[in-house]
Write a protein that binds this ligand. Structure first.
Ligand SMILES: Nc1nc2c(ncn2[C@@H]2O[C@H](COP(=O)(O)OP(=O)(O)O)[C@@H](O)[C@H]2O)c(=O)[nH]1
Ligand SMILES: [Mg+2]
Length: 347
């Protein structure tokens, strides 16, 4: 199924009435946590978000082995491979991990923790963020404000919610945020972002349904400049009548922004739905190629036992995963960090 087919399918499935109330924010964001408890709270969220994937790995690998350990032979490796594939990490990653287990433990008696340690090491290698290291790469503010961010992705992937989460993050840091409701394709999308803007107490620029999103983007950047805002985040449509319309729209949004602020947009974040399955995620490549994305927000990790999908995402998109989404509230966002991710998954 091509990207366009996917849009058509969503068109049929996703009417505005299905959006609206169902898309409304689940609860008001909490504020006022000091940094440390907030970090601990986030790790707990990450751990519970990855629980299903973690259970799948631990329980299945435990079941694979006898209590007194087991010999790594062909039958063992075949069953291990089947477990790995269930996390949606893809055949290539599962093969690489299986081969690593074979190389390290061939014909030896092993225990569960040794196998998990090997899986973890290889997982880490496959996830490595950048040639230079695994540094977290959250949004960096431009030397002169405003930093302009565009958020793109397939409809329903979690764009608007992720914008609310980013806004919450910046508002908590005392930053001033202006939002642009650039998904003018659906009235409900504008309403949804407006509700978040009210809750998070930030300014929003919007327009009638069907109006030109580039004009919304233009005004949002203008308001951010005029009001001395630190960050301007612009929402976009996940689908239009045709894929080329959509890509043209993204190009136009970029163009109007760069006319106002030379380096803008500083970031174009691609939101991917971790529950969507590997094929759906591969289709989002159309977006990343056309929109010149700079990073990924992997949303809905909390809803899936297929958190292994982060490996093919890292490998198919040459983009850092910047944030992970762990729920529907404004607090449910964590800066992606490889080691924290692995701790949550394996410890
Ligand atoms: N469990 C969970 N749900 C999410 C997450 N992010 C978004 N959602 C939900 O996914 C649905 C679609 O999200 P939305 O932000 O409207 O997607 P958009 O169409 O890309 O803007 C909404 O019901 C959100 O509450 C997440 O990280 N975890
Ligand atoms: Mg939206």
């Amino acid at each position: 199924m091509g990207l366009l087919d996917r849009f058509r399918k969503e068109d049929a499935a996703d009417t505005d009435s299905a959006a609206g109330a169902a898309d409304a924010p689940a609860e008001a964001p909490s504020t006022g946590e000091s940094d440390e408890p907030a970090k601990r709270g986030l790790f707990a969220r990450l751990r519970s978000g990855l629980q299903k994937t973690s259970d799948l790995l631990r329980t299945d690998v435990r079941d694979l082995l006898k209590k007194e350990g087991d010999i790594v032979d062909d039958a063992f490796l075949t069953r291990l491979y089947a477990i790995l594939v269930k996390t949606d990490m893809g055949n290539a990653a599962a093969t690489a991990i299986r081969d690593e287990v074979l190389a390290r433990h061939r014909a030896r008696k092993v225990h569960m923790e040794e196998i998990l340690a090997t899986i973890r090491d290889k997982f880490r290698e496959l996830l490595a963020q950048a040639p230079g290291g695994d540094a977290e790469s959250p949004l960096e503010l431009a030397p002169s404000a405003p930093t302009v961010v565009v958020v793109v992705g397939v409809n329903g992937s979690g764009k608007t919610t992720s914008i609310a989460k980013l806004t919450n993050l910046f508002v908590k840091q005392g930053k001033k945020v202006v939002l642009g409701a650039g998904d003018t394709f659906r009235a409900a999308a504008v309403e949804q972002l407006t509700i978040w803007a009210d809750r998070l107490d930030c300014e929003i620029v919007k327009a009638e349904q069907g109006s030109d999103p580039a004009s919304v983007a233009h005004r949002a950047v203008a308001v951010a400049c005029e009001t001395g805002a630190d960050i301007c985040i612009v929402d976009t449509a996940g689908r239009l009548q045709t894929q080329s319309n959509l890509m043209d729209q993204l190009t136009k949004i970029r163009r109007v922004m760069s006319k106002q602020v030379a380096e803008a947009p500083h970031e174009v974040l691609l939101v991917l739905d971790a529950t969507a399955g590997q094929n759906a995620i591969s289709q989002a490549r159309g977006f990343s190629d056309a929109a010149n994305c700079t990073g990924i927000i992997l949303a809905k990790l909390d809803g899936t036992a297929k958190g292994g999908v982060i490996i093919p995402i890292r490998q198919q998109f040459d983009l850092p995963v910047k944030y992970v989404g762990l729920g529907e509230t404004a607090d449910d966002l964590d800066v992606f960090n490889v080691d924290r991710f692995l701790d949550a998954l394996f410890d």
